[in-house]
Design a binder for this molecule. Structure first.
Ligand code: GRG
Length: 279
């Protein structure tokens, strides 16, 4: 990320890190120990940061967004823990440390994923300062985007395409589900916490889809050698590296255009997206 956005986001990032740890129950139980092992190892926190910055640009406030944004990071971590399992992508390392099933056990990894998934809903429902109506909308977004038609279907389609080459729309279908879904949830979270109209949510969903596509294609570059070894269906089955780079730029720029054309001023969100894609 650029220095400028790091300076803007640093206090938000630091506060979010505190919130994430605070939200894990304090008891010394194996599951909560493993939860701290995962969350103390810092990720980029893109999904909560996108939610918080969307809310900030719409309201000029930050406070109300930290807890619900943390729920998004919990869902994301659940999906990574399960994705790393031997029956899925079978990875030994995540963020430079042994994956949960390696550091603890497969049983703990399954249950920790389940814990993060369920706890995310508790966190939203117990978020301070939100109305019941807002909580219903947020939990409904969470269950929609992490559910059977989105994140889970994306993962299943992704696994089922191993060793095969599909059409571009097959790839889009996978990427929109396995990756864009949580970006859509993040941006829509920002709008709901700021009590905005549903029309704005629709536009932000569009933005989330484009950021997710750009992000997944960027991720394909980073994981290319491993994906090739495992015969994964990625953008490189259909496009050259040059075309893939153009698709990253096009989707990220289209997302920014949508935000720029809005009646709201998404200054911080746009700067963050620019920093994500070095625009
Ligand atoms: C197993 C329920 C279940 C879902 C799996 C999200 C997912 C679906 C699989 C993870 C593997 C993968 C390639 C996901 C696409 C999204 C992605 C690129 C995740 C990595 O996100 P980052 O880079 O990770 O934001 P950090 O570590 O920064 O949080």
């Amino acid at each position: 990320m650029s220095t400028q956005i790091n300076e803007t986001c640093r206090p938000i990032y630091d506060r979010l890190e505190k919130e994430l740890i605070e939200l894990i129950p304090k008891e010394e139980k194996p599951l909560f120990h493993a939860a701290r092992y995962v969350l103390e190892n810092k990720g980029k926190r893109l999904r909560p940061l996108l939610a918080i910055l969307t809310y900030y640009d719409l309201s000029n406030d930050l406070e109300l967004a930290y807890a619900p944004a943390s729920a998004l990071e919990m869902i994301h971590n659940y999906s990574l823990i399960h994705d790393d399992l031997p029956c899925m992508d079978d990875d030994d390392f995540r963020r430079g440390r042994p994956t949960v099933h390696k550091a603890y056990s497969e049983a703990i990894a399954v249950l920790l994923g389940d814990f993060f998934l369920t706890h995310a809903f508790t966190v939203v429902l117990e978020s301070k300062g939100l109305s019941s109506d807002q909580k219903v909308k947020l939990t409904s977004l969470l269950s929609h985007y992490s559910g059977g038609g989105q994140l889970l279907e994306g993962q299943l389609l992704d696994l089922s395409m191993t060793g095969k080459i599909g059409h571009y729309y097959d790839l889009l279908n996978i990427y929109l589900r396995k990756t864009s879904s949580l970006f859509c949830a993040s941006l829509e979270f920002g709008a709901v916490i700021a009590n905005q109209h549903e029309d704005l949510e629709l536009m932000l969903k569009d933005v989330g889809q484009k950021i997710g596509l750009a992000f997944q294609i960027k991720n394909d570059f980073q994981g290319k050698s491993k994906d090739d070894k495992h015969d994964k269906f990625t953008i490189f089955a259909l496009h050259s590296e040059k075309q893939a780079s153009m698709l990253i730029k096009k989707n990220a720029e289209d997302a920014i255009t949508l935000l720029t054309e809005s009646e709201h001023s998404f200054t911080h969100l746009i700067a963050f997206i620019q920093s994500m894609f070095s625009l």
